[in-house]
Design a binder for this molecule. Structure first.
Ligand code: 3MF
Ligand code: MG
Length: 345
């Protein structure tokens, strides 16, 4: 049975174009209005940060948090949307300047744990079973500033705390090797899978692989996905693209390397990713040059390219592939693959 793919994105993917060198270039689009964009664009999953659900989260009481989460749950129901995950935003507050769970300040580490519990409460309240840890500032700018061994112990303690706090919650780790830090802890899916096995309930800890993050680590995203799939640890993906080793670009899926995008779709499709309800997540950034508000072409186009690549995988001639592999004629295999992608005979 062919997988019917479902797609998700996060509200941060509809943005006003600010970057570290310049301000917003588009009219602000109201956060609450973003949810109505999903269905017409062909998306049904919403990736949330905790304060996308409950704005100004740190200033809200438990009752206010529950009330706001109930409103969002109702809104999702009305719009026919599914919350994919809720991630604690642990890189914005003054308390997270030096990291969150691995901060050198005990008070700031406590802030991170409290905020994480609030995030789990929010996930539960909107009917979502997963949290995502993108460990943004867990790492160093100055190598000697932290004890890395102690940092990894703290990260494992955090995972176990989360698993204890709620018996249903799943934790999906989204590894990234750098940015904003110089060197991040848990830089690859291999590290994330090791953390999962070391945790007190390995089946509730999995990974989320972002194309650009794997490329920034100098790795092939499709092989990273294959590794996670081999361990039954691929909970979700953030498909996008990246042109070489520089800042995290979050380009449209396939925009920098169409063949690498084909191979990601190939590994997902061959392993039945999506057939257990997993979402194909897109984490793509709107171009600053794009006019209008809201801008959504990057989301629509990345989804479209994914679906075209699914067709390319489904029409890839497996007989020829086998024949060339058996003959060890990889020249012929490569030429066939490139011609297939170009649509020429
Ligand atoms: C950073 C990211 C993040 C995560 C998000 C959800 C802001 O490079 O990819 O996007 O995807 O925090 O985990
Ligand atoms: Mg991401």
């Amino acid at each position: 049975m062919a997988t019917q793919y479902r797609f998700s994105f996060g509200p941060w993917n509809v943005s006003e174009g600010a970057d570290p060198f310049g301000p917003e270039v588009r009219e602000a689009y109201p956060h609450e209005a973003k949810y109505a964009l999903y269905k017409p664009l062909g998306f049904e999953g919403v990736q949330f940060h905790d304060d996308d659900v409950v704005p100004n989260l740190d200033a809200q009481s438990p009752a206010q948090i529950q009330q706001k989460a109930a409103d969002v749950k109702r809104m999702l129901g009305n719009q026919g949307l599914t919350p994919e995950f809720v991630a604690p935003r642990l890189w914005f507050a003054a308390q997270t300047v030096d990291g969150a769970y691995t901060s050198n300040s005990a008070a700031d580490r406590q802030y991170a744990l409290d905020r994480t519990k609030k995030c789990i409460d929010i996930a539960k309240a909107i009917g979502c079973k997963a949290t995502v840890l993108w460990l943004a500032r867990e790492g160093t700018y100055v190598r000697e500033a932290k004890n890395a061994r102690q940092a990894y112990d703290r990260l494992l303690e955090t995972l176990n705390m989360m698993l204890d706090y709620d018996p249903q919650i799943e934790v999906w780790i989204e590894p990234k090797p750098n940015e904003p830090t110089d060197q991040a802890y848990v830089p690859t899916i291999g590290h994330a899978v090791a953390m999962a096995y070391a945790s007190k309930d390995p089946k509730r800890v999995r990974g989320l692989i972002e194309t650009a993050h794997a490329l920034l680590a100098g790795l092939d995203p499709s092989d990273e996905m294959a590794f996670a799939l081999a361990h039954k640890k691929l909970a979700s993906v953030h498909l996008n693209d990246q042109n070489g080793l520089k800042y995290d670009q979050d380009k449209n899926f396939g925009a920098a390397n169409l063949r690498a995008a084909f191979n990601q779709v190939r590994v997902l499709e061959e392993n039945g990713f999506g057939s257990a309800g997993e979402f194909v997540g897109l984490d793509v950034k709107a171009m600053r040059t794009q006019k209008g508000s809201p801008v959504t072409a990057h989301l629509k186009n990345s989804r479209e390219i994914f679906l075209h690549l699914v067709e390319k995988v489904r029409t890839y001639d497996r007989g020829l592939e086998r024949q060339y592999v058996e003959a060890r004629d990889y020249e012929a295999l490569e030429l066939y693959t490139l011609k297939h992608l170009m649509g020429v005979k």
